[in-house]
Structures are given as structure tokens and as C-alpha cells.
Design a protein around this ligand. Sequence first.
Ligand SMILES: Cc1cc2nc3c(=O)[nH]c(=O)nc-3n(C[C@H](O)[C@H](O)[C@H](O)COP(=O)(O)O)c2cc1C
Length: 148
Amino acid sequence: MYRGNADWELIGKVKNNPRIHIPIIGNGDIDSPQKAKEAFDKYGVDGIMIGRATYGRPFIFKEIRHFLDHGEEMQPLTLKEKVDLAKLHFTKSIEYKGAPRGVYEMRRHLISYFKGIPHFKEMRMKLVTTDEPEAVLELIDDIYKQFG
Ligand SMILES: Cc1cc2nc3c(=O)[nH]c(=O)nc-3n(C[C@H](O)[C@H](O)[C@H](O)COP(=O)(O)O)c2cc1C
């Protein structure tokens, strides 16, 4: 996984160089709607790209859109909404990539969806060791039953 800090001052300088006539898309370390807004307001970029912060939070783009449009944070997703989204995401991953690859690639996402839930260790272990897609979907349902 990518490490290090993006140099946004440099991105800003590139964007504001009068000889630059192409759109500048900034990328690096954006993990909140506030940072996304700063990228546009302070550094003037034409667009942003987000990598790591989408893990377990594919709705970050909706959160950013909401914050830019309304100046306030979107209502956080409920556990039920996260469970439903994680199941859809997982199902799409299997449709697109098949098993086991789709299962393996989803493990990091699933852990991130449910980060911060107290006493989640046992469930986390199951999520990263279960190979059968149907069994993983049942586990995701169990998250709501156990922690909802
Ligand atoms: C899963 C993943 C795969 C990536 N693959 C590449 C890659 O193949 N080539 C590359 O130049 N950067 C790659 N990156 C780096 C991203 O394009 C991005 O520049 C970096 O993650 C910083 O943005 P972020 O802070 O929003 O994650 C990858 C990042 C992630 C999270």
C-alpha cells in the first residue's frame, strides 16, 4: 500500500503556474470531505482522486458531494446501511472477479467497513479466513445481528 505524504503545496504551484493550461487533478491523503474542500479552495485543483480512503468507505464521494453542496457533513451511515452496502459490494466483487480472487480482494474492504466496532476481533478473524462467498455473506449479516 502507498505510504508517504503528498506534497499539496507543489500540486498548488503546478495548478497556479500560468503556463499550465491542462486540468490538474490532485491526489494524495484526501480522507475527509474537509480535505477534499481544501484541495479545491486552497490549492485550486480541477478535480481530485481518492485511493486509500475508499477502503470500506466507497460512499466518501457522496459525503464529499454533500459537504461541497451543503457545507455540512452528511448523516453518517447506520450499521444496517453499511451491512447492506458491504453485501452489495461483495456480491459485485464476486460477479466481476469470481472466487477466490473476489473474496480475497474484499477482505481489506470488509475490515475497513466495520473498523472501530468494539469486540469485533473474533468476527474480523472470520472475515479474513472464510473462503466460501455464501459463508462470507452470512457473516456480514451476522455483523448486524451481533452488533446492531
Ligand atoms: C490498491 C492501490 C493500488 C495502487 N496502484 C498503483 C499503481 O499501480 N501505480 C501507481 O502509480 N499508484 C498506485 N497507487 C497509488 C494511488 O494511485 C495514489 O496515488 C495513492 O494511493 C495516494 O492517494 P490516496 O492518499 O488517496 O491513497 C495505488 C493505490 C492503491 C490504494
